[in-house]
Design a protein around this ligand. Structure first.
Ligand code: HC0
Length: 574
């Protein structure tokens, strides 16, 4: 350790710490706008400046290392004046339409201006750059009039996701974040993961808001409006209403959806179980009949788009299963419509997802089993929170309610889909029991749990070793895909999720500010909520879901049947 003095108080801190980290140990949270630990450590925004005795000027604490005997002052008049001036300069070229801004109330810039008492936001008013909104992609909007050039989005796209389609264009006053040659995002190989939105401190990046369409459907007496909710939504929605990260709000979420007026409140988890039936069958078939291995999961649309762009030569490895979101829509508009005597054309299928790429996925080809789109509208967890606010529902005081039957029935295997390793574990529970024809001593496959970017395990099943791997975050996916491409890999089954940590950390989830992202393992807390639901359930294997058994008995026949293929499987484009 080294000894430093912070605001006159002596403290020992680990050698190599930055001033920002050292101050945290002294119970001082130095404000930042650009800093993201291990992702964006560029000292660009100058909000985190502090005084260091002997230094010629203020230093950026997020990148400045401590040394023994250093004397640091984090709150002097000079420091506070500098931070305020920086904010005033940012505001001089910022669209200050805060009243209805999508980030009003959780904007990091707004909070800092309040904390630092920036009273006159027009101190440096003058020339202002005006940007057209980039609305060219299916899932999001870039509004550079609210961009503060922190470059968090650039860093997460490049480093975490290995995609790198955005960067700084022009220089000086004209600097702006955009795609190369000013192409629209929709014209690039952006995979729609939305991780840029998740880290944006302001309202510069946001999902395309489809809430008006949902309200319109709900108000149309001709329409039968059905909602499905993804596994990870229940683990994060509560954050929008002030609950601690990792609170399971399934019951209140169902109650809210019912009060919003949906005719049926169903669960994507049902279709996650169905995906396992189809995917485990596909896996066993490929193992027994010499099919292409490793089989790779296909439920994360950001990952699918990445694979199509960057590994078109390996598309045969992808499972042909539609994602649970799409399977859900397909079953609703075929089986359920038939059962209930509904015309699929009058059903509006709304999905609530932790994901922005789901907005892109609903428009893909071969996702219309009943001749109409499987899913009509995909909204994010954040959009659902906005709908709840708009109609004045007091979320926290709602009762806990249950999903409707039968498409609201699911198992513990399904709910863990929402975290990295969950699809693999769910598939193993079914595939191993199918191969061995014996009951597992325990349904837990703990080797594939945890938030590490890549996990590997080998299971001895029915006389053979099955090598599995799990990756989340596309730069981790790239490592596994390069191994496969080079012929070095010996895996049988791989799960890939586009976002780091899986869907719990999806681009459509509640946004947490930089200081929370830098100090709390958000993914692990949300994942724990899902594992707790799993372990509390009596049925924890997809093949034991009674509603799934009924669906095969009454309609599909068996997994992999001709009908199942027509309705539940899809194809990919090079
Ligand atoms: Fe996921 Fe899904 S687990 S991708 O992360 O497979 O978005 O939560 O809904 O479709 O079920 C997201 C989450 C889902 C799908 C499921 C899968």
């Amino acid at each position: 350790t080294v000894n430093v003095k912070i605001n006159g108080i002596s403290i020992d801190v680990p050698k190599g710490s930055t001033i920002l980290e050292a101050a945290r140990l002294a119970h001082i949270e130095i404000p930042t706008l650009c800093y993201l630990k291990e992702i964006n450590e560029i000292g660009a925004c100058r909000i985190c400046v502090v005084e260091v005795k002997g230094a010629r000027s203020l230093v950026a604490s997020c990148v400045y290392p401590v040394s023994d005997g250093m004397e640091i002052y984090t709150n002097t008049p000079k420091v506070l004046a500098s931070r305020r001036k920086t904010l005033e300069l940012i505001l001089s070229n910022h669209d200050r339409k805060c009243l209805s801004c999508v980030r009003s109330g959780n904007c990091e810039l707004q909070k800092l201006c309040r904390d630092l008492k920036v009273e006159d936001e027009s101190t440096y008013d003058g020339l202002r750059t005006k940007y057209e909104l980039d609305t060219s992609s299916a899932h999001m909007v870039r509004d550079n009039n609210k961009c503060i050039l922190c470059r968090r989005c650039v860093a997460v796209c490049e480093k975490t996701q290995g995609v790198g389609v955005i960067g700084a264009n022009e220089r000086g006053f004209d600097t702006n974040i955009a795609c190369a040659f000013d192409m629209g995002l929709g014209e690039t190989s952006c995979v729609s993961c939305g991780q840029c939105i998740a880290v944006c401190p302001t309202g510069a990046l946001y999902e395309k808001d489809n809430t008006d369409q949902v309200f319109a459907a709900l108000n149309d007496p001709e329409k039968y409006v059905i909602v499905q909710t993804a596994p990870a939504v229940r683990a994060a929605l509560g954050e929008e209403f002030g609950l601690p990260i990792g609170t399971n709000v399934q019951g209140k979420m169902v109650a809210a959806l019912r009060r919003l007026g949906f005719d049926k409140v169903f669960d994507t988890d049902f279709a996650a179980d169905l995906t396992i039936m189809e995917e485990a069958n596909e896996f066993i078939d490929r193992v027994k009949n010499g099919g292409v291995l490793p089989l790779i999961t296909s439920c994360s649309p950001g990952w699918i788009k990445y694979c199509e762009h960057y590994y078109p030569d390996l598309l045969d490895h992808l499972s042909s299963c539609k994602s649970p979101q799409q399977m859900f829509g397909a079953i609703t508009k075929t089986y359920y419509a038939q059962k209930m005597g509904l015309d699929p054309k009058n059903i509006v299928m709304v999905s609530v997802m932790p994901c922005t790429a789901k907005k892109f996925e609903i428009g893909r080809d071969h996702q219309n089993a009943a001749g109409v789109p499987d899913v009509d509208i995909a909204i994010t967890t954040r959009e659902l929170a906005r709908m709840i606010d708009r109609v004045g529902l007091n979320f926290l005081s709602l009762p806990d309610e249950e999903f409707d039957d039968p498409l609201g029935r699911s198992t513990g295997a399904a709910v863990i889909f929402g975290t990295t390793g969950g699809v693999m574990e769910a598939a193993l529970r079914t595939a191993v029991e199918t191969l061995t024809k014996e009951e597992l001593p325990s349904p837990d496959f703990v080797e594939v749990r945890g938030t590490q970017g890549i996990k590997k395990a080998t299971y001895h099943v029915a006389g053979m070793d099955i090598n599995v791997a799990v990756a989340s975050g596309l730069s981790n996916a790239k490592i596994l895909m390069d191994e496969i491409r080079s012929g070095k890999a010996n895996y049988h089954f791989i799960e890939i999720m586009g976002c780091p940590g899986g869907c719990v950390n999806g681009g459509g989830q509640p946004q947490q500010p930089g200081y929370v992202r830098n100090t709390v393992d958000i993914k692990a807390l949300r994942a724990k909520a899902l594992y707790d639901i799993d372990s509390s359930m009596t049925i924890r294997k997809s093949h034991e879901n009674p509603a799934i058994k009924q669906l095969y008995d009454e309609f599909l026949g068996k997994p992999g049947s001709h009908k199942a293929h027509d309705i539940l499987h899809t194809s990919y484009v090079k």
